[in-house]
Design a protein around this ligand. Structure first.
Ligand SMILES: Nc1nc2c(ncn2[C@@H]2O[C@H](COP(=O)(O)OP(=O)(O)OP(=O)(O)O)[C@@H](O)[C@H]2O)c(=O)[nH]1
Ligand SMILES: [Mg+2]
Length: 601
């Protein structure tokens, strides 16, 4: 619909202007010459200004006849970032006038935060010249002033890259907009598609909602499409995408989050259609990890994963958004901003890999030291929020040798760094218990890869405690996910104990089902400390399963061996005789293997 002062305007002109809505402009152009010619001719005939409003995708969103003051512009605006540009540019004619911006034009520009304001001088029905106004950025914020380019000759209008000019403004804004976004929660729409697998689509969306909220977003709508075939271009069908686009505008959402990993092309296409930031499940999880990572190693790993994820996605619109977007899906580790230059990124990836390699070597050394101590290592693994950290802390509380606590919280991925503590078993022997990062369905491959050095701890452990939130209705599916991640990292064959946690709040029915499906489970409540003595005993039985009892005679020239045995806490009796020290030990195969030459009957 054409708006404004239509009094006495011939129907043919209206029709001609209306036909312009059908044209898809090159989004980089301020406006095409063809359209400008039409506007100039009609404007000249009517002796009235004509304004045309174009969004970032090159779509004409409104056309108005008369002064810009006579139309309500607010209605056509897309909701954009607080403190940022509106996403709409305005091009208007000055019939029998100059292509210069008037005070009214500049006021409209700064108060409505247009991407740009362009005035075109028209004479004898033809465009003559034009000027461009862009809001000046002062101290990282949009000011009340404008920078004016031109006037230029109308003929060159197609040679100017409009998006480039807009981006330059936004780049200067970047920091401020980022801060503003951190305060205001981003409104997001969640979308899932596909068939039910382990989870139903609804359950999957529920989990995505928790993830989105963990990342700091506000979910304004959830929708799903049950579909067996995924559209290679747009993931969901393009009709559905257009539907979401309208929904997004009416709900004023800032981003749409998809419950899957999307290809770079899918993200680009969806951003085009939806006109907003598109975040996939991987980017979302990476974002949460970026917020959580505390240790140097954790940060390095997350940054590496993010860069590897972003590298193939740094083109076109996406690249621009990743610079100006801020907020969910684009947060970097720490305060650091990601650079868009691919070469920079490759270099950074290279450096990170080297740094991580060094960290990995240190871990290796620590591990070897630990192995030579022969203290068995027990890794606690499980789905995120299963209660791993709570259990580790509780075990330390009742049997710990050192007491430093691990962060536990009712949120996803509270723990990112593996932490290891010494716990004393009922038989007086020690085990090292390490808490690990939680697993999740569709764990991004980039993360598994980057977190290898942390996850390697699991491969080298003697026993795995697989903690399950028995109160979660998806417990069984979560068990499967954890098992498949364990397979993926090469820990599939490790000795495992299934620990059903949160017995205090689990309902009987689902417990029965779990008990029926999985044998040899230990049922506990980490919070209430129920059955932890049983768990410790089970750990002991497993870790010290292949214990060997032996009697040794160690000559006084080899007292080092005795200290070694002491270190490993395996001496049951010690007696000083004339020939040497007589000791009875109860120990693991490994320790036994090292000292068996001293065995006596
Ligand atoms: N009712 C009940 N709540 C529990 C129990 N164990 C843990 N929780 C709660 O579950 C939430 C998650 O506990 P965490 O120990 O942080 O879980 P986690 O597995 O370490 O989670 P991530 O580190 O995020 O992967 C917390 O709010 C705990 O208080 C339990 O036995 N019963
Ligand atoms: Mg934890």
């Amino acid at each position: 619909m054409i708006r404004g002062n239509l009094e006495g305007v011939k129907k043919s002109y209206i029709n001609e202007l209306e036909a312009l809505f059908e044209i898809d402009l090159d989004k980089n152009l301020i406006i095409s010459k063809d359209i400008l010619n039409v506007l100039s001719r009609i404007s000249w005939e009517l002796k009235r200004e004509i304004s045309i409003y174009i969004n970032r995708r090159g779509k004409i969103v409104d056309i108005a006849i008369g002064d810009s003051e006579t139309v309500n512009l607010e209605e056509i605006f897309e909701k954009r970032k607080e403190g940022g540009l509106s996403g709409i540019r305005c091009i208007h004619t000055h019939p029998s006038g100059q292509g210069e911006l008037s005070v009214v034009d500049i006021t409209a520009l700064v108060s409505l935060r247009f991407d740009m304001m362009v005035a075109v001088g028209v004479n004898e029905g033809k465009p003559i010249d034009f000027s461009i106004g862009l809001i000046s950025v002062i101290d990282g914020m949009l000011s009340k002033r404008a920078d004016i380019l031109g006037p230029y000759e109308a003929g060159i209008i197609e040679s100017i890259d409009a998006l480039k000019l807009i981006r330059e403004v936004e780049e200067k804004l970047e920091e401020r907009v980022f801060i503003l976004e951190e305060k205001a929660k981003e409104k997001v729409i969640l979308v899932a598609a596909g068939n039910d697998d382990l989870y139903t689509v609804e359950e999957s969306l529920e989990e995505l909602k928790e993830l989105a909220e963990t990342a700091g977003a506000e979910v304004v709508f959830k929708l799903y499409q049950k579909k067996s075939k995924i559209d290679p271009a747009t993931y969901i069908g393009s009709g559905k995408a257009r539907e979401i686009s309208l929904l997004r505008q009416s709900l004023m959402a800032d981003a749409v989050i998809f419950d899957d990993q999307l290809s770079p092309a899918q993200i680009r296409n969806l951003e085009e259609i939806l006109g907003c930031k598109v975040i996939d499940r991987t980017a979302l999880i990476l974002d949460i990890f970026a917020q959580r990572a505390k240790s140097k190693e954790g940060k390095l790993q997350v940054e590496l994963a993010q860069l590897k994820y972003r590298l193939p996605r740094l083109t076109g619109f996406g690249a621009m958004l990743s610079r100006t977007g801020g907020g969910i899906g684009t947060r970097g580790p720490g305060e650091k901003k990601l650079e868009i230059d691919k070469r920079h990124i490759m270099r950074r990836i290279n450096d990170l890999e080297k740094e991580l390699e060094a960290v990995r070597n240190t871990r290796q050394v620590q591990r070897e030291k630990r192995l030579s101590n022969e203290i068995p290592v027990v890794s606690i693994v499980g789905y995120t929020n299963a209660g791993k950290s709570t259990l580790r802390n509780k075990l330390c509380e009742i049997a710990g040798v050192d007491k430093e606590k691990v962060f536990e919280a009712n949120m996803l991925f509270a723990t990112l760094d593996t932490t290891t503590r010494l716990v004393n078993l009922p038989n007086g022997k020690d085990v090292l218990i390490s808490d690990t990062v939680g697993f999740i369905r569709k764990l991004p491959h980039e993360l598994v890869e980057a977190f290898k050095s942390t996850l390697e701890e699991i491969i080298y452990s003697d026993l795995i405690l697989h903690v399950v939130d028995a109160s979660n209705k998806n417990a069984e599916a979560q068990i499967k996910v954890v098992n498949s991640v364990l397979e993926e990292i090469g820990a599939g064959d490790k000795r495992k104990i299934l620990v059903l946690n949160k017995m205090d709040i689990a309902d009987c029915e689902s417990l029965e089902i779990l008990r029926g499906k999985f044998k040899d489970v230990v049922e506990i409540s980490a919070v209430e400390g129920t059955n932890l003595d049983v768990l410790l005993k089970v750990i002991q039985d497993n870790v010290y399963k292949d214990m060997i009892r032996a009697k040794l005679l160690i000559p006084y020239s080899d007292t080092k061996v005795v200290s070694y045995l002491h270190q490993n806490n395996c001496i049951e009796k010690e007696e000083y005789t004339e020939e040497g020290i007589l000791v009875c030990i109860n120990t693991t195969k490994d320790v036994y293997g090292r000292i068996k030459e001293f065995e006596v009957e």
